[in-house]
Design a protein around this ligand. Structure first.
Ligand code: TYM
Length: 327
């Protein structure tokens, strides 16, 4: 039997460069390998754990599916679906929550960050976020999960839940591992933290044109440009991280310029903007084609749900039996 892969993105906004490099690229890579069966969803239920606009959610969910297609995901090779269309995920999440303590969930850094950001939204759904994510993965018995490093604490929870279920009920869940790409951590343009949908100015959208990318990079903080060693943290280190990702053959040149105190950030940023645009332009071109193919996309989503339900239903049935429910 083929090994399984599962990944997803929330529908809080259209995916940005960090989502593409950290997750999207890995999703595409794994889809191309014959030894894997790949399941990729839009995590619309996870989107409900922080404030969202109900008038836009459905449209945004479909947009993310179209962005997946534009990134190179192929419905002939991957099962592309919407999380809420496969109710087995939430059902398994409930079963998994019986082996998960409240203390463990409430001490997770990702949970603490979110309640700091949205103090009015410390909900049960938010507390349960990692359990639903564990269910997303375990319901396909996925072994690898292409995600950015920020999701590692959630994968650790999924592994703990898998171990506990296997020990207590004799299930055979594999312990899912992160599949990281070299862009597993894409920094913010603002000089601090990671590129994030919820921080305006921190990200490059996959829809940005060259002018927009240049304008955003122009605002990225810098320093005097040397002389000295290239900083290993902070805004300048972030710009060098972008060089590493997009212009690895220019790292030495700019590193040397910095050491000699001759680095011209305008030159670096312009070159970087062109390289980034070069990488995302093909995605934008493909995305254009799907705009007029709304019905085809609906069909892909429908077919994806059918295939995902079939696989998910089997695991759920097994787990119910093992947990002693009357089936
Ligand atoms: P989300 O929507 O926040 O992010 C989608 C993916 O993008 C990655 N990512 C980044 N990677 C590198 N650098 C960055 N700056 C950056 N920002 C975001 C994230 O790591 C993620 O892989 N919990 C998930 C959604 C989810 C999921 C799952 C993922 C729900 N169930 C099951 C995998 C498996 C999330 O919030 O993604």
């Amino acid at each position: 039997m083929k090994k399984r892969i599962l990944a997803g993105m929330r529908a809080v906004a259209r995916p940005h460069l960090g989502n593409y490099l950290g997750a999207g690229k890995g999703m595409v890579q794994l889809q191309e390998r014959a030894e894997y069966e790949t399941f990729y969803m839009v995590a619309d239920l996870h989107t409900l754990t922080t404030p969202y606009d109900k008038d836009y959610l459905a449209g945004l969910t479909k947009d993310v599916v179209m962005d997946y297609l534009a990134m190179g995901l192929d419905p002939e090779k991957s099962v592309l679906f919407v999380q809420s269309h496969v109710p087995q995920h939430t059902e398994l999440a409930y079963l998994l929550s019986t082996v998960t303590t409240v203390a463990k969930m409430s001490h997770l850094p990702t949970y603490k960050e979110k309640i700091k950001e949205y103090p009015q939204h410390s909900t049960m759904a938010l507390l349960n976020y990692p359990v639903l994510m564990a269910a997303d993965i375990l319901i396909y018995k996925a072994e690898k999960v292409p995600v950015g490093v920020d999701q590692e604490p959630h994968l650790e929870i999924a592994r703990e839940i898998a171990r506990r279920m296997n020990a207590d009920y004799g299930t055979d869940f594999p312990e899912p591992k992160m599949f990281g790409t070299k862009g597993a951590y894409v920094p913010s343009l603002l000089g601090e933290g990671k590129m994030s949908k919820s921080v305006g100015g921190s990200y490059i959208a996959l829809t940005d044109d060259l002018q927009m990318i240049s304008a955003k990079l122009a605002k990225a903080p810098t320093d005097a440009g040397g002389p000295g060693e290239v900083p290993i943290t902070g805004p300048v280190a972030n710009l060098f991280k972008f060089l590493e990702l997009f212009l690895p053959n220019r790292l030495e040149y700019y590193g040397e310029a910095y050491r000699q105190g001759k680095l011209r950030y305008a030159e670096l940023k312009e070159e970087l903007a062109r390289a980034i645009y070069g990488e995302i332009r093909p995605i934008q071109e493909r995305r254009e084609q799907f705009k007029s193919k709304s019905e085809m996309v609906d069909e892909i989503i429908h077919e994806g749900a059918r295939k995902a339900k079939e696989a998910a239903g089997k695991t759920l049935q097994e787990v119910k039996e093992k947990m002693g429910l009357l089936v």
